[in-house]
Each structure stands twice: as structure tokens, then as C-alpha cells.
Design a protein around this ligand. Structure first.
Ligand SMILES: Cc1cc2nc3c(=O)[nH]c(=O)nc-3n(C[C@H](O)[C@H](O)[C@H](O)COP(=O)(O)OP(=O)(O)OC[C@H]3O[C@@H](n4cnc5c(N)ncnc54)[C@H](O)[C@@H]3O)c2cc1C
Length: 464
């Protein structure tokens, strides 16, 4: 196909952090490319995570850990120094820590991502256009990809990249049919929470970082009543501290591979650390750099073992809570206002002035009904694209252009992000990055994962 008939060299589907960082990295490369980012939200660079308006909804790592520039770990600290210096985020003055140790509000992090995009645009011969729409279909031709937008328009690009992020579990048909989505209050909507009776009981399903955000939102909204939290294992995220560095024991022993061996060794290292008076988070933090390799080397059986036995532990120890939010949860627990119970959610019973849900407590056979004035669903993400009720995932599956990734977590791709079709052939035109590659890398969601993938994929696309 003649290049002049194309609307873009690269069509990026999704303009959250992943799509925006890919655009930044493409802009930074030599050459003249036309990039289009298709994103229904009004602003690029935010997605769900960085659209937060509540200052208490912060990053779960400090500035020193959250650079979007893989070549400069201090990039966010430097940007934040200028931002605060120019009168932004005045409340940060209340925290007596160096800027690198601050946990910035996620909304401010969104401004950072946007400024890095604006700067890259200003310095580049390439162009980026934000097309405000949802992609509802995609076809792959010999020399192009063609995307169909929800307004019926079609765009052609030499390459297309799926940067569609995470799909919330509550918006999938299985849970929607139980009415859960309609009955639940958005965990990030402080405004909606001001309508809840401040003294009434609130029920929360799920006890991960979204629950922590929901508790912050409730507190901000003036809620002072009981909060009852139900999650299968009843585990709370640990609080993130600033541990010292620790020897990279996995690099020193590449023979350690199976989840069982790995867990045993991690526990041993944590015990040594504690014995020496060092935070257990120090050895655990060295594991992060090896997760992608370990996961992709593991057999299907080992992956299943990890998900069944280690995942709850990994989630609560690795995906840690920002200190101020953790302090709030601990305070409410101490006051007896917040209670966490190990119980699985079994369904919605009734919704009228009160919400009643059915749960099964751990170790009990029977089902218990619990009622509250409101329900918040923070039970997580739907990674299985076969269950995501959005047009694009459904069309891609129907056309055989994608196949589920390992354990049906996201979609399958090669190491560079080139997507595998239903027959297992590697696409020359369609790529993916970020959360859709959960099954390929296990950790493929956090700021640093996305930043590293964006750089590598930009290089790959520039060479094709
Ligand atoms: C509430 C929350 C807090 C988080 N906090 C942290 C944190 O503190 N630290 C950290 O490291 N990570 C955090 N994360 C992880 C976070 O997902 C990543 O940091 C990052 O936002 C992933 O970016 P993304 O662009 O891949 O996904 P998303 O942010 O989900 O963006 C995807 C975008 O794609 C768009 N899209 C989807 N389908 C289509 C379509 N068919 N057509 C067009 N556009 C489409 C969506 O509108 C969305 O804007 C958080 C995630 C959430 C949800």
C-alpha cells in the first residue's frame, strides 16, 4: 500500500500511561513519523490510575521509584522538584522528607506524564495526534492495519499497538448480571461517597490497593461509620517502607526456578534480613527484577502453582500501600471501625435502601448474609479477554487476530510485544504492551514495567 494512503505510521490504541509513553519514546527517535493515539478520554497520559482527583490517592511507590524514563531514575524527582518549586502540590510541605521520598498524588503524576509528552512533541520532527474515540474493531492487511472507531470512521496505520490497559472485573458480564456493578459505588468517586450516611456501615469486597483508595475516599467524604471488608484471604497490603539495598541473590543463583524453590529461598533471605535487624522488604525488592524471566521460563504447571499458592502472598507483600493511606487503614482498624474478614463474596442478595450480600467465611460451610448502607467493589481486574465485554477484545478474538496468553491472562505475544494470532503466528503489524501482556510477564502493569516496554517497543517499531 502506498504510504500516502495511510493515516499514520503507528496507531496507538489507548492513551493511558502505556500509550503515552510509547508516543514519547517514538517522538524521541530520529525520523519523521505520524503517530495517532486513539483514546476516548479527554486527556492523554492519565488512564484510570492517573485521572485521580483526590490528593490522598497517591502512587504506591515514592518519586525515586516511579520515573517514566528508563535511562534516568531521577526523572520524576527532578520534575517534582521543579513542580513544587513553581508552587504546585503545596500540601507536600507538610511531609518532612526529601522530594525523592514523597509519594505523589496520582493526578499530579498524570501532569508529569503529560508534560513529558508535550516536551517530546516540541523537540521532534514526528507528530502525535489524539483521536478521541474508542476503537471497536481492527483488521490486519498485508501492508497496514485498519481500525474502526465507535463513530464509524476508519484509520489506517502501518502498525497498531494495543495499549488498552486493564479492564475492571466489575464491568464484565458475569458480575454485571448479578447486578454488582450497578449496586456498587465507584471506589475512587469521593463525590458519590458524600451521599452515603456518614454513620452507616459500608461493605467493601476485596482488600488490595483499590480498597485502600476506597477507604481514603470514604474518610475524605466524611464517613465515620463502620467499614466491613471481605476478601478471600483477608490479607491487607503491607506498607511500603524504604529498605536498604540487599544482595541480588537470584542473580547469584540462576538455578532457582520453581515457585517452591523460589518461595523457600525468599523466605530464607527474609529471615536472614530480620535476624540482622534489616527490613524483610530489602530482599523481597530484589526479586522484582527477575519476575519476568522467572515467569516466562516457568512451565504451565509452575505458573498455575504460583497463581494458586503464592499469588495472595505476593500481592500483599509486593503491591504495598503508600504510608499515609496505610496509616489511615491501621488507625481505623485500631479504633475498631474497620474490620477485615477472610470470606468469599457469593453474590448480591438485595438492593433497596440497604445492600445485602452473601459471603462464605473462611472455614465455614454456610453462607452468611451481611447488610450495609453501601457497597464498594474493589475486587480487581479481569485479565481474561474472553470475558471482557468491550467490542475490541471481542472482535479481535472473533477475527482470530489474538489468542489468550498463558493461563488466559491477557493475550499472547512474543518477547518484543508482537501479538500471536489464533494459530500462534507472530503478527508483523499488531503489537501490545502493558497490562494486556500480564500472562507473558506476570508483572506488566506498574509504571516501571510500562516505561521499559515503551522504550523497547519504540525501538522495535522504528526498525521495521
Ligand atoms: C487506580 C490505579 C492505581 C494505580 N497505581 C499505581 C501506582 O501507584 N504505581 C504503579 O506503578 N502502577 C499503578 N497502577 C498500575 C497502572 O495500571 C499503570 O501504572 C498504568 O496506568 C498502566 O497504563 P496503561 O496505559 O497500560 O493502562 P490504563 O491506564 O488502563 O489506560 C488504558 C487506556 O486505554 C483506553 N482504551 C481501552 N480500550 C480502548 C479502545 N478500544 N479504544 C481506545 N482506547 C481504549 C482506556 O480508555 C484507557 O485510558 C495503578 C492502576 C490503577 C487502576
Amino acid at each position: 500500500m502506498s504510504e500516502s494512503l495511510r493515516d499514520a505510521d503507528v496507531l496507538i490504541i489507548g492513551g493511558g500511561l502505556s500509550g503515552t509513553m510509547l508516543a514519547v519514546q517514538l517522538l524521541r527517535l530520529p525520523g519523521q513519523r505520524q503517530i495517532r493515539v486513539i483514546e476516548p478520554r479527554a486527556e492523554l497520559g492519565r488512564g484510570e490510575a492517573y485521572s485521580a482527583v483526590e490528593l490522598g490517592h497517591t502512587l504506591n511507590g515514592n518519586a525515586a521509584r516511579m520515573s517514566v524514563d528508563p535511562d534516568n531514575p531521577d526523572d520524576l524527582t527532578e520534575w517534582l522538584t521543579d513542580y513544587i518549586g513553581a508552587g504546585g502540590w503545596l500540601e507536600s510541605a507538610e511531609q518532612a522528607v526529601p522530594i525523592s521520598e514523597l509519594f505523589p498524588p496520582r493526578g499530579i503524576f498524570g501532569v508529569y506524564a503529560q508534560q513529558r509528552l508535550a516536551e517530546a512533541k516540541a523537540r521532534s520532527a514526528s507528530t502525535v495526534e489524539h483521536v478521541r474515540a474508542e476503537v471497536v474493531d481492527l483488521q490486519v492487511e498485508d501492508a497496514a492495519t485498519v481500525v474502526t472507531l465507535d463513530n464509524g470512521r476508519q484509520l489506517r496505520g502501518a502498525f497498531a499497538v494495543l495499549a488498552t490497559g486493564m479492564f475492571p472485573a466489575a464491568r464484565t458480564p458475569q458480575t454485571e448480571s448479578s447486578g454488582l456493578n450497578a449496586a456498587a459505588v465507584d471506589p475512587w468517586d469521593v463525590q458519590a461517597m458524600t451521599h452515603i450516611d456518614p454513620q452507616a456501615t459500608v461493605l467493601i469486597i476485596g482488600s488490595g490497593l483499590t480498597m485502600v483508595d476506597a477507604v481514603v475516599s470514604l474518610e475524605q467524604a466524611g464517613h465515620r461509620g463502620p467499614i466491613e471488608i471481605f476478601s478471600r484471604h483477608g490479607l491487607l497490603p503491607h506498607v511500603r517502607r524504604q529498605p536498604p539495598s540487599w544482595v541480588d541473590f537470584l542473580a547469584a543463583d540462576p538455578g532457582l526456578r520453581s515457585p517452591r524453590q523460589l518461595l523457600r529461598e525468599v523466605r530464607r533471605q527474609c529471615r536472614i534480613a530480620l535476624h540482622e535487624g534489616i527490613d524483610w522488604q530489602a530482599p523481597l525488592d530484589t526479586v522484582r527484577a527477575h519476575i519476568g524471566r522467572l515467569w516466562s521460563q516457568a512451565s504451565e504447571r509452575e505458573k498455575r502453582q504460583f497463581v494458586r499458592h503464592v499469588r495472595p502472598w505476593w500481592e500483599s507483600h509486593h503491591h504495598r500501600s503508600p504510608p499515609l493511606s496505610a496509616q489511615l487503614v491501621a488507625r481505623l482498624q485500631g479504633e475498631g471501625r474497620l474490620r477485615i474478614q477472610a470470606a468469599s463474596f457469593k453474590g448480591l442478595v438485595t438492593v433497596d435502601e440497604r445492600v445485602t450480600i452473601a459471603v462464605r467465611r473462611r472455614g465455614e460451610q454456610g453462607i452468611t448474609q451481611v447488610s450495609g448502607a453501601a457497597l464498594i467493589n474493589s475486587s480487581g481486574i479481569e485479565y481474561d479477554w474472553r470475558r471482557v465485554a468491550r467490542p475490541l477484545p471481542q472482535q479481535l478474538l472473533k477475527r482470530g487476530l489474538i489468542r489468550p496468553g498463558p493461563l488466559a491472562l491477557g493475550i499472547a505475544a512474543d518477547a518484543s510485544g508482537a501479538v500471536l494470532d489464533a494459530q500462534g503466528h507472530v503478527s508483523r503489524r499488531l503489537f501490545a504492551m502493558g497490562p494486556p501482556l500480564r500472562g507473558m510477564w506476570w508483572e506488566s502493569t506498574a509504571v516501571t514495567d510500562v516505561a521499559i516496554q515503551a522504550k523497547a517497543l519504540a525501538y522495535k517499531l522504528a526498525k521495521l
